[in-house]
Write a protein that binds this ligand. Structure first.
Ligand code: GAP
Length: 444
């Protein structure tokens, strides 16, 4: 993980938030390449959910919802972690993770192990952030920053089902920020106070819920491997009955072999009729499906695949991270799927001070940037420029050299195989577009 954190910082993907004030635990800011990579992860998810299917529509609901939403959903009462405080060192720990925690004293031991440790009994601590709506704090209405995007989907079920003219089975997909007052130390961007979620609620006839649950586990597993995670690094783990959330009758995690060990990447839950029933009871609005032709009515059951954007990005980076020795030099390369890479291609004039070379390279760059994320780089030796692109995962580099001035061809360098071939400069655009459209094969 240290190497991943260092690369992310060095290349400006991710850095600690509020750093000039000493940082804020479990909060990170995303730099240029981090933003581009994160946007690509979201685009591939939305593509798979909405563009490639006829049965899922998109939604963007508010972060701050009516406070009753969180009463009805069970979050006010039950979205809690058991915590203990140490009266001596003033630290706070998850009661169920004391074995994995470190005491504030030196030499560090587990909480409770030193004679000075003075732990309280576990208390339930709600993970939702509170704030107030209204100009006067004392009289304002207490509201919550959403801890999941899902509830915004459930409360819009009636609107969307009518407007989208869909009948079960159909889904509503949403990407947006969620907030949790997490106490456990974060392990970089694995667990943070604010994060983006990509959640899809799939509404189905009750009798087919278990079948759709299994279908969505397979679909989601295929998405992760389609975009580059090694099959040997992902697995499905069904929750034991005592692990299930209050709304779920069956849940499986897709786990990834992070540097911290096998951990949850995405959760797929069979939420049954819990949410629609709860919001019907609390709001008085019937959230059910009525077939206008037959008059049949029922409360659909819900299958939910829920994935964190940031956690997904971390998994893709971990899987892509590779160090090797080429000739007598070490190189670090991010073998990201080309459709996830922040930059799809680099255009490099071999001798930047050669005006004709630079002019041709600029023209190629202007042409390619119309269709893809492309970077022009003319600073430093060519080897250094290649290595910079390798570290941010750019799959193709097109180099304009002396030969280009003679026969209008360029060199294309493949990030993974390091193979170089010559192409007519007029064919570069289609070379790039075809390469991005092809299914990607990881170099063994
Ligand atoms: N609506 C269901 C739900 O929110 P969850 O398992 O709590 O389920 C879904 O969250 C996904 O969101 C997780 O699998 C993880 O990828 C991501 N996630 C949850 N909490 C997170 C946090 N504090 N930081 C980063 N990602 C988080």
């Amino acid at each position: 993980m240290d190497k991943i954190v260092s690369l992310c910082r060095r290349r400006g993907f991710v850095f600690p938030s509020s750093e000039i004030y000493g940082g804020l635990g479990s909060s990170y800011d995303y730099g240029h390449y981090g933003v581009l990579l994160k946007e690509n992860v979201k685009a591939r998810w939305l593509e798979a959910m909405v563009r490639e299917r006829d049965d899922i529509v998109a939604l963007d609901s508010s972060i701050i919802l009516h406070p009753q939403v969180w009463e009805a959903s069970g979050h006010v009462g039950g979205f809690t972690d058991p915590l203990v405080d140490c009266r001596h060192c003033k630290r706070r720990y998850r009661a169920d993770q004391l074995d994995a925690s470190q005491c504030g004293q030196r030499p560090s031991k587990k909480p409770g192990e030193t004679s000075d440790c003075d732990l309280t009994e576990p208390r339930q601590f709600n993970l939702m952030f509170e704030t107030r709506v209204g100009p006067v704090e004392e009289t304002g209405t207490k509201v919550f920053l959403r801890p999941e995007t899902a509830q915004g989907i459930f409360i819009n079920f009636k609107n969307v089902a009518q407007l989208a003219r869909r009948k079960p089975p159909f889904g509503i997909a949403q990407i947006g920020k969620s907030f949790r007052n997490e106490i456990t130390p974060g392990n970089f961007i694995f667990r943070t106070l604010e994060f983006e979620q990509m959640e899809m609620e799939f509404f189905v006839p009750p009798a087919s819920a278990s079948e759709w649950y299994r279908t969505w586990i397979d679909e989601r597993l295929a998405w992760h491997t389609r975009y580059g995670l090694r099959e040997s690094h992902v697995r499905v783990r069904a929750h034991e009955s005592d692990e299930l959330s209050h709304y779920s009758s069956e849940t499986s995690d897709i786990e990834y072999l992070f540097p911290i060990g096998w951990s949850e990447l995405e959760g797929i839950a069979n939420r049954g009729a819990f949410d629609l029933t709860a919001h019907t009871a609390a709001s008085g609005t019937k959230l059910e499906w009525v077939d206008s032709a037959s008059g049949e009515r029922y409360t659909p059951h819900v299958i939910e695949p829920a994935l964190g954007v940031n956690r997904s990005m971390l998994a893709f980076i971990c899987d892509a991270y590779h160090e090797e020795v080429v000739g007598d030099r070490e190189r670090t390369v991010l073998r990201l799927h080309p459709r996830l890479s922040p930059v799809s291609a680099a255009v490099l004039p071999l001798v930047p001070r050669d005006a004709t070379m630079s002019e041709k390279a600029r023209a190629l760059y202007e042409e390619l940037r119309q269709v893809a994320s492309v970077e022009y780089d003319d600073s430093g030796q060519i080897g250094r420029r290649y290595r910079r692109q390798d570290e941010i995962g750019t799959p193709f580099a097109y180099t304009i050299d002396e030969q280009t001035l003679v026969d209008e061809t360029v060199t294309v360098r493949d990030r993974d195989t390091l193979a170089q071939e010559r192409l007519p400069i007029g064919g570069v655009r289609s070379h790039l577009l075809e390469a991005l459209a092809r299914p990607w094969q990881r170099v063994p």
